[in-house]
Design a protein around this ligand. Structure first.
Ligand code: ATP
Length: 517
């Protein structure tokens, strides 16, 4: 279902809400645009990964309404659709806007990469006057600005995003590629057409064609196993150009020692991704916020969720989020979030989420609050197929809106491991390093490590292994005890920080650990 909602900026925006069907099954974008053009919106911020498809969709819609289309670019000036030449001297945005004003006729005018308009006071003034004139049939469409309405245009503009090609369109693309492979003497070995369609959803048709063809050309045929490689190629394309990294989901929930409450909750929620859950009336799970003591397995859980649920894992690098230009941080975040949506089903891991809201430097010029607003609106929208795992160590820097109900399905507090959890973590890491835990006095080791995080247990175990190797002796309980005795855990060095975290968690977060009876 699509609907207007009021964005935090107070502007109207088109939003997609979680619906009972699949992520891609949205109302045809042309219908959305028709409604916008017909309801006299003078100014639209339009965004899409595929500019050609965006221009084609806007033009098709305008033509259906019998409204002439014009296109402007800084390189080519202003040109009427179907005309070979642009209007003379319209490369400057203010000249183009002046021309449209004098034209004084219905028109849909697409400004490609319209950033220069916002940076030119005269052009910006002209744009606002044209948009505010509310002339029936005249709509200015700006592309390349993102979906967040800049403060200069608050109240004048609505934002609209062209969804990626839907399943039906992609099926046509896949059919076309499979056909063309026949003529290129490439074999198609009983591939599952629907699996191929799944693997290219979110891409532009040209990108989809390219990666299917490339896979076939590597060995002269397209085989059932090739979908996995196509999936990976799609994720690489989508994460390119955004602060999103595609990671290998190299862990499973069974690799996580302790955190039983959290694991149990995840097992129940994970089932919510099954199609039967939609029929049962459930929305797909949205995400979880894990706050707590450093080194206690929050990041491990993020990786393990993707691994156990068989989903891709994309990490948002908050360090690469902030740019030096005005509006850049929000644009980068939007790009990353759209890419994540297009990668669905995916686990989107936002490590140290508080850093997303803190632009380095003293005066951030409102960037933090704009980034926060983009992220909160997106979280609220429930993008199906994207499960967000956000982690935080520094809860004091976490804006209260983030933990408010409705953003995440649940907020968990991950504390230092209890004695039984330490035993489980030690046993797991010993087994990982090909040591039989039964040959160690695990109970004694767990007792000796009160206040240790999982990361500290693992690191001390690794040090003991090095010592054992250099002494050419088998690893023994005694060596581990000696190593633990030499370690001062963070919880001891920063006892106040741990106490403050526990105070914060009270009443705000569910314990990830089983509370002892
Ligand atoms: P930070 O916020 O400092 O990144 P974190 O809470 O995300 O800390 P992790 O990075 O997940 O902690 O932990 C580091 C490593 O410590 C993990 O990769 C894992 O090897 C080990 N570890 C921590 N907790 C556990 C656990 N509960 N079970 C098994 N291993 C653990």
């Amino acid at each position: 279902m699509r609907q207007f909602t009021v964005a935090p900026s107070g502007c109207l925006q088109w939003r997609r809400r979680g619906c009972g069907s699949t992520l891609w099954d949205v109302t045809h974008p042309v219908l959305d645009l028709r409604a916008l053009f017909s309801s006299r919106h003078g100014l639209i911020l339009a965004s899409a990964r595929d500019e050609n498809r965006l221009v084609a969709t806007i033009s098709e819609t305008a033509l259906q309404l019998r409204i002439p289309v014009w296109t402007w670019s800084a390189a080519g000036g202003l040109r009427a659709a179907g005309q070979p030449r642009a209007q003379l001297n319209t490369e400057e945005p203010k000249q183009a806007l002046g021309f449209i004003k004098d034209l004084n006729r219905p028109a849909v005018v697409i400004f490609l990469d319209a950033d220069p308009i916002l940076n030119d006071t005269v052009a910006l003034r002209a744009l606002k006057e044209l948009a505010g004139a509310n002339m029936p049939g005249r709509t200015l469409v700006l592309t390349g600005i993102g979906t967040q309405i800049p403060s200069e245009l608050t109240g004048l503009a609505v934002s609209w995003s062209l969804p990626a090609a839907n399943r039906t369109e992609m099926r046509q693309v896949v059919d076309r590629v499979l056909q063309s492979m026949g003529t290129a003497n490439l074999r198609v070995n009983t591939v599952n057409r629907e699996a191929l369609v799944d693997a290219v959803l979110g891409l532009t048709p040209a990108e989809a064609e390219r990666i299917i063809m490339r896979e076939a050309l590597t060995d002269g045929s397209l085989d059932p196993g090739d979908e996995a490689a196509i999936h990976r190629a799609r994720a690489a394309i989508l994460s390119d150009d955004s602060p999103l990294d595609l990671l290998d989901p190299d862990a499973k929930l069974t690799d996580v020692g302790g955190l039983e409450n959290l694991k149990q909750w995840l097992t129940v929620r994970g089932a919510g991704f099954e199609p039967a859950a939609r029929e049962f009336g459930l929305d797909a799970p949205r995400g979880v916020l894990l706050a707590g003591v450093p080194g206690c397995g929050k990041s491990l859980v993020a990786r393990a969720i993707a691994g156990s649920w068989g989903m891709a894992l994309a990490a948002l690098d908050t360090g690469r989020l902030h740019g030096s230009l005005v509006g850049e941080s929000e644009k980068r975040l939007q790009r990353a979030l759209s890419a994540a949506e297009a990668m669905a089903p995916v686990v989107l891991w936002i490590d140290e989420i508080e850093k997303a809201f803190a632009k380095p430097g003293d005066n951030d010029g409102g960037v933090s609050s704009r980034v926060l607003s983009v992220l909160l609106s997106w979280l609220q929208e429930r993008p199906e197929g994207v499960f967000v795992v956000a982690t935080s160590n520094d809860v004091n820097k976490l804006p209260p809106e983030v933990t408010r109900r409705g953003r995440f399905d649940e907020v968990f507090f991950v504390d230092l491991p209890s004695v039984s959890e330490r035993a489980a973590i030690l046993a797991y890491h010993l087994a990982e390093r090909r040591r039989d835990p039964k040959r160690f006095d695990i109970a004694r080791l767990a007792d000796a490590t009160d206040g240790f995080s999982g990361a500290e247990l693992e690191s001390a175990l690794t040090s003991a292994l090095y010592l054992a190797y250099s002494a050419r002796t088998p690893l023994q309980t005694q060596q581990l005890l000696a190593e633990f005795a030499d370690t001062v855990p963070l919880s001891q060095m920063r006892a106040e920080d741990v106490a403050a975290l526990r105070t914060w968690a009270r009443g705000r977060a569910r314990p990830a650990q089983k509370v002892p009876a």
